[in-house]
Ligand binder design. Structure first.
Ligand code: C2E
Ligand code: MG
Ligand code: MG
Ligand code: MG
Length: 288
């Protein structure tokens, strides 16, 4: 009987693995189809980034969404790694970059747009050209574009990595280090690379109210940012209490559901108006 159970289990696992491989193949096919023939299924959403001192928006982060005809909304966490593996991220990334630059030209000139770059995009030899073209075609001033890279990009502290970073900087765009603290980061990265901003991963913000370790880590990063002349942004701020604490730990910017979820381009003006209104002291007066 035990032997039979064992065989049954093996059959079950085989079937399960087959099903997962099948699903993965289908996702790859769907992604190819969408990138090549149905780019309208991709939509760029925007989430405001807030200056902690004034509570007013400094810019918005572009976050990709995929409206799959049958699966509905597919999360970027599920399809970006696949796009990266099968060589589709460079084309998809260019689509995001171009739309984000074009959308940002319709906002106040005081607002920046942040675009995420995956490691494969960063290794693409045409990256700097692509960015320069997206800027000149849209007319967006380079200083209003910020590129977010993760620590994965920096793993190879090679000459090529440094050259690309410096060539991007000399276009006039800003560079942010995203999800800081989750990867292989060390504080020494912050002085070896020419970042303008460090985004502290939401893992450190989530429990900041109860974890004095997390608060201490946030404080260490913001202290170093201050000394090195970099902006520090707290990601994933969901509550007023978290906001109060990241302010106390001297983050200069905050981003999260407390202010707004990512919204389609058409809703950006409304969201900016809401954020700006809740920042103004007149509202506090009215509430009092
Ligand atoms: P990320 O760049 O760190 O973006 C922040 C993520 O946190 C977004 O998830 C955002 O919706 C989510 N978020 C913002 N505020 C809060 C909050 O208060 N609480 C919680 N729980 N989450 C919050 P999203 O849009 O699902 O994107 C996930 C990741 O996918 C991004 O992380 C980024 O790494 C990647 N991604 C998104 N769009 C692009 C893109 O156009 N290109 C590339 N290469 N990667 C992208
Ligand atoms: Mg990001
Ligand atoms: Mg992040
Ligand atoms: Mg993230």
């Amino acid at each position: 009987r035990a032997k039979q159970d064992g065989r049954g289990r093996v059959r079950f696992f085989k079937r399960e693995m087959g099903r997962q491989a099948q699903e993965r193949r289908q996702l790859e096919l769907d992604l190819r189809r969408a990138v090549l023939f149905a780019p309208q299924e991709f939509e760029v959403h925007y989430q405001p980034v807030i200056d902690v001192a004034t509570r007013s928006p400094t810019g918005l982060e572009a976050l990709l969404r995929w409206h799959h005809p049958e699966r509905g909304l597919v999360s970027p966490a599920d399809f970006i790694p696949v796009a990266e593996e099968i060589g589709l991220i460079v084309g998809l990334g260019e689509l995001v970059l171009r739309r984000a630059c074009a959308d940002a030209t319709r906002w106040s000139p005081t607002l920046r747009v942040a675009v995420n770059l995956s490691p494969a995009q960063f290794r693409d030899p045409r990256l700097v050209e692509t960015v320069a073209e997206a800027l000149s075609d849209s007319g967006l001033p380079p200083g209003r574009l910020e590129l977010e890279i993760t620590e994965g990009v920096l793993l190879r502290r090679t000459e090529a990595t440094m050259t690309t970073l410096h060539r991007l900087k000399s276009l006039g765009v800003r560079i942010a280090l995203d999800d800081f603290g989750t990867g292989y980061s060390s504080l020494s990265y912050l002085r070896s690379f020419p970042f303008d901003k460090v985004k502290i991963d939401r893992a450190f913000v989530r429990d900041i109210e109860t974890s004095s370790d997390d608060a201490a880590i946030v404080r260490a990063v913001t202290g170093l940012c201050e000394r090195l002349g970099m902006t520090s942004t707290a990601e994933g701020v969901e509550t007023e209490e978290q906001f109060r604490l990241v302010e106390a730990e001297r983050c200069t910017e905050a981003q999260g559901y407390l202010f707004s979820r990512p919204v389609p381009a058409s809703e950006v003006p409304e969201v900016l108006a809401l954020v700006t209104a809740s920042a103004s002291p007149s509202r506090i007066d009215r509430c009092a």
